[in-house]
Design a protein around this ligand. Sequence first.
Ligand SMILES: [Fe+2]
Ligand SMILES: [Fe+2]
Length: 425
Amino acid sequence: MNDSKHEEDNSFERRQIIRAISNFEGFPALNPRSLRIIAMLREKLVNIPKLGRILERNQVFRKHFIMLSGVPDMGENSTKEAIRALGLLNVKHLMFSLLIMPFYSTNDREEWQHVYSTSVLITNLMKHYRIPETSSLPLTALLHDIGIPLLRKFNPGKYEQIKKYARDTEQLLEEVEDANLYISHSAAGGICVKKWGMHDDVFVPICYHHDHVEHISEENTLKEVLLMQYADWIDQTARGVVCRRPDDTRLRRAGMEMDDQYWLDYQTDMLEFLTFGEEEVDDASGAINYNKLIQYLVVPVGFVEKERRERERQRKQGGASAVGKVFSFDIAKAIKDKLQQKKMARRERSLSSFESNENGIDDLKPTENVPEETVTQVFSRPKPQKPSFSFDENNRPVRFRSDGKVLETATRVFKRPLFGDKDKD
Ligand SMILES: [Fe+2]
Ligand SMILES: [Fe+2]
């Protein structure tokens, strides 16, 4: 059965789920004040005094913001000085992060960490590829997986099964979602931002961040969709999560010559520096303490370069004291090792419970109607040893363990051909 027939067969279920999600009483609400601030930040000429006044309202954020700028805190004028020192792109990223983070709850911490590091990366990609600062890409990146918390809230039990199944079988999450819920998180995210009244420059890249882009003709929109897909692919690959890369021909046609090795190394370093601890979760309630989470926000432009310089400086000084440094390499590494151990223990526990789960996963049918054409994917889930990247003869990334051995490869089967295959025919 071909794809269009398959989609046609499920059109009734798709309409039903779209209607049910749109009318879902737990649908995330963006309050009018946040919406006004976002609209203001998206204007071509941002009103700096007004932005300063908004910043003054959240004292925890203001304090962290001024600390990041390096400007001495001398009262009201310091906020304006800090805005000037950080530059508009960084300020907008920090403000968007503040406004969007409450949409990711304790259950969505993994997604928050992914969208946050992706948004830091995309801000650097924007700088590198000279995308105007007025672009909404940092906001888009923070919201691109908002469909995951939404679907998780909509159908908690089933969604956890879907996520676990996709992870354990190394299949694309959006395809497992589509086969079981008749909707993917990208489409659900599209519904969400459309309902909030966001414009197409945010809606389209979110809705199509895992999709084919043939029908997108508008040049700027296409460029932003491709950049969103690329940043998502880089971040997920650095995390060892299966993700589809946008087609190189299309990227080149959009004027973007990508150096995968450079950006994969860049993001791998970023994840090492940008380690989130567990301190942001309140012990008593188990809920995220957003005031603590604010303190993890970083200045996105040049963040990795700055941390690399700092690491180098510390190495030259023979491991100078890291006291007072929020994202110290040594502290970050210690936390990361601890989290990795916990993650492995959790994974072992969940695997053993999965094996004995009688009502388990039988209703998950992601590989039905697979076409004959298949693709071999060479990524696997993260192993305790830190992997590094290299490229095979087909210019696909291959992961190596620190002892130089190639990580086990996994053969994956896609329902649809890779992006751009039509072009190659
Ligand atoms: Fe996604
Ligand atoms: Fe993503």
